[in-house]
Ligand binder design. Sequence first.
Ligand code: ADP
Length: 480
Amino acid sequence: MRTLYVSTEVFPALKTGGLADVNAALPSALAALGVDMRLLLPAFPAFSKAATGLQPVAQLAAPMLAAPLRVLRGALEGVPVYLIEAGGLFERDGNPYVDAAGRDWPDNALRFALLGWVAARFADGAIDAWRPDIVHAHDWHAGLAPAYLAARGGDRPGSVFTVHNLGFHGEFAAETFSQLALPPHFFAMHGLEFYGKVNFMKAGLHYADRITTVSPTYAREILQPEFGFGMDGLLRSRAAVLSGILNGVDGAYWNPQTDPHIAAHFNGADLAGKHACNAALRRECGLTASAGPLFGVVSRLTAQKGLDLLLDTLPGLVAAGGQLVVLGSGDAALEQRWQACAASHPGAVSVRIGYDEAFAHRIMAGSDVVLVPSRFEPCGLTQLYALAYGSLPLVRRVGGLADTVTDATAAARASASATGFVFDEASATALGDALKRVFMLWREPKDWARLIAAAMREDFGWAASARRYLALYRELRPQA
Ligand code: ADP
């Protein structure tokens, strides 16, 4: 089975969110099952620097470019990779999608169309004489790959499109369609047109042979208007080819027994190291010594993540003896609210605006509770990291959060299956009620320890998910 894996972020070279973590782990997990996995990425400087053994393997004339583009082959963290060099379209520093001021790069339609177009050229055997059985495209950036494959027709690879976040569409003015070199009839409701615009997410959803998303619950939710971002009708019509496959945790990197970023190592049988991490985190963040629970947040600060609800419930959390550490960046208004909140709760609330990988690990290891009150959450990775580090997740019952955290109900506690706290409504009241349950359980150290033990027993490794992707590839190409 040969699979071309088309995406834009891979940890540690380049990361803006969980997609990068997935792309760092899933290809290797599939390779371990015998799949000939190869990545196709834009030649962002971070990838060109991180890749080894790069050699040009093709020069192609793309209809949307004046000059030929180059494809180079090498390896990224041990996985074969193809990088696309296209006269400065990708060779610019910084964020892959937006400029330093946070505005979308003006040529994004062309840039990411090219990614899809090159993916489809592999079907011709035009690149490295390597023809994949499957082209696996991720999120809107790669959404045109299934469209170009469909336009090519003939004996072509099967296409799988994975939705990591339906909230980001890759939407462009109608005029950009003429740059894409796709058949005119593709710009239609039964195609990639979405309310008069070109929509890369819709292209992936419409033209892929199979659609997956990153948790079973999210796969059901996106069939409803509340979570569908306008795509629910299309998704309902394609429900027969849509499935949810849960993301996993890279246990080599998120492991409290070996993590190089944390103050002390620990495991489920011996939590002394966790207590040391907790004390170290409070010290590092200038929090006063306290017998109350330490809450942690590592997140993009956007409306999706529901952290405004936490801001509204914070006075109660602090009054009950809790402390909070927040690491995040995103919307300027939310960043400011969080900074103001830290200023008004000195010694109890610590906020760091920015992106800091090592600090994220220290928060995961040192927190008693990790908060993920998202409005929607396709899978969510931080609650999985929290479980692995014995920090009990407090999450909203949506998407992958619902699939991975077992609420500490009386029944779940009795059967020792509870691993955290789950609430339903996206409101400060519902979150506040869940926080009250946290404080009640905090006063029962034996029960609390039982939850930690159950959380740390959970296994969200990638192997099971990789097997599901492989089964999906085999549905499309039984002979491969
Ligand atoms: P999303 O992809 O929607 O941002 P996920 O939970 O799937 O959410 O993945 C988020 C990833 O980004 C996790 O690996 C998390 O640790 C990391 N992360 C988010 N914000 C920060 C930050 N400010 N500093 C370091 N890591 C962060």
